[in-house]
Design a protein. Structure first.
Length: 267
């Protein structure tokens, strides 16, 4: 059985080293503002597609491997609902979507076509692409997408990249599900030509949500990472308790300081 893809979960590896979720998130965030290099893909309809050909309107990019039996299909279904919602808000044809298979040679154009057909995705604005094997690692690095092969499949960050019309990575959205504004909001900003810096509140909230959750293979969903929450609460408690002590100590030393004495030295 294929291992379920995971995001920000410490998993016991079956083959290679454990997936470093902190490094994956760091590299993903570092890609914001980057313009990926030119890449050539084989489309599921047999065409050859260059990444530069997809400029001119916002582009949504996600990575999958077609052998995944639960998480990639589930995230694709959720993304389809999100795309439909965004199209209702922005209008059809306002942006494109590209789903890219990274497990070569298995994610070939025919496999990507079958993957799209499985979910009933036949929109001309949604492409299912196979990258060139020789440039795969460069492509993944350009998008800040990191994965770890295991004996059962791959561990990887569940990531959706939103690019602007010039091909720059504008936002990274994470998880097997996310609130609609985190997806529709950036697309609307780009459509209205009113981009917001990456450090805005919605992006910050999404990072906090991601860091405080962990993927649960048993349920196929994310749950609260209680270890992180408890650590945060303990840290906050120590901080809050320590503040009065620091203030008290500072006042005590200030009163005891010779510089505050009003006595006059004797002759």
């Amino acid at each position: 059985m294929w291992r379920f893809a995971s995001a920000l979960a410490l998993l016991v590896p079956l083959a290679a080293g454990a997936f470093d979720e902190k490094l994956a998130l760091k590299e993903s965030q570092a890609a914001i503002g980057r313009t990926p290099a030119e890449h050539v893909f084989g489309a599921s309809d047999g065409r050859s597609v260059r990444l530069s050909e997809l400029r001119g309107k916002p582009l949504v990019v996600n990575f999958v491997y077609t052998g995944c039996i639960q998480v990639c299909p589930a995230t694709t279904q959720f993304l389809a609902k999100s795309v439909a919602g965004a199209e209702r808000s922005l209008g059809p044809g306002a942006f494109r979507v590209a789903t890219i298979g990274f497990n070569l040679p298995f994610d070939h154009p025919a496999a990507m076509k079958a993957f799209a057909r499985k979910f009933g995705l036949a929109s001309p604005d949604w492409l299912f692409l196979t990258p060139d094997a020789g440039s795969l690692e460069r492509l993944l690095a350009d998008f800040g997408f990191r994965y770890e092969p295991t004996a059962a499949g791959f561990d990887h960050l569940l990531q959706v990249s939103i690019l602007d019309a010039e091909g720059r990575i504008y936002r990274q959205v994470y998880g097997d599900s996310f609130d609609a504004p985190l997806f529709v909001g950036p697309l609307l900003q780009l459509a209205q030509n009113a981009p917001v810096p990456a450090g805005d509140l919605p992006a910050w909230i999404e990072q906090v949500r991601l860091l405080c959750t962990v993927y649960d293979p048993a349920s196929g969903r994310y749950r609260v990472n209680y270890v992180v929450v408890i650590e945060l609460l303990i840290g906050a408690s120590i901080f809050l308790v320590g503040i009065p002590s620091l203030i008290y100590e500072w006042r005590r030393r200030r009163k005891a300081s010779p510089a505050n004495s009003c006595s006059t030295p004797s002759n």
